[in-house]
Design a protein around this ligand. Structure first.
Ligand SMILES: O=C(O)CCC(=O)C(=O)O
Ligand SMILES: [Fe+2]
Length: 209
């Protein structure tokens, strides 16, 4: 097998759609190196302001153990689970990562939601990233640092599911119209005792920003 056919097999693998229908999701393992990813996790854990996420469950406001940080261009306010958030400023490291990730789908992001999962007891329930401020045509780029965790998609109508492990340093691109037809969740796993940070780079519509 020559070099060019090897290359085309690799790029085909990267471009494989993880969903069987009504959406497009691509997975890129080793988007960042192993050591670089763990260093970035430590640095983000220390340098950002993390706060509990707030969810309304059965009419009651619940604070999560999982922590969140919201970064963005100055006008990118974002209502997440009913709570309006003002963004923290981009750090130089996050701007570099943003530019690298923008090259995968050839799209521009203006904001980033970070989630800190202390261990496998922290997770995120079924939802779609379809808040009204988000540009529904823009892809969402997810970068995972630290412990590999199981991430699942569930089709809104036929309830079929598909799952993968999001590994340290991996990127996952969710293209439109994935959010319209699929929910996703980060499942809890008792056997994981080490942290993970996930960054989802998003685009807030200019008219709302
Ligand atoms: O932690 C993850 O991989 C998923 C996070 C997520 O779905 C979100 O931030 O909307
Ligand atoms: Fe999400």
């Amino acid at each position: 097998m020559n070099q060019s056919s090897l290359f085309s097999i690799d790029s085909d693998l990267c471009a494989t759609n993880l969903l069987p229908k009504e959406g497009l999701v691509n997975y890129y393992p080793e988007f960042l190196g192993e050591v670089e990813s763990l260093n970035l996790l430590n640095q983000l854990q220390k340098s950002l302001q993390w706060e509990a996420d707030q969810l309304i469950i059965f009419g009651r406001l619940i604070s999560t153990r999982r922590k969140v940080a919201w970064i963005g261009d100055p006008k990118c306010t974002y209502t997440y689970s009913g709570v309006k958030k003002q963004p923290q400023s981009w750090t130089p490291e996050l701007l570099i990562i943003k530019r690298q990730l923008e090259e995968l789908p050839q799209a521009e992001f203006n904001s980033c939601l970070l989630n800190f999962y202390h261990d496998g007891a922290d997770g995120m329930g079924w939802h779609s990233d379809d808040e009204k401020e988000l540009d529904a045509q823009s892809p969402i780029a997810s970068l995972s640092l630290g412990s590999a965790r199981k991430f699942s998609f569930k089709h809104k109508k036929d309830k079929s599911t598909t799952s993968l492990f999001l590994e340290n340093g991996s990127a996952l691109i969710m293209h439109a119209p994935t959010q319209q037809f699929w929910q996703h969740a980060l499942l809890k796993t008792k056997t994981i005792h080490t942290p993970r940070i996930n960054l989802t780079f998003r685009r807030i519509s200019i008219s709302n920003a």
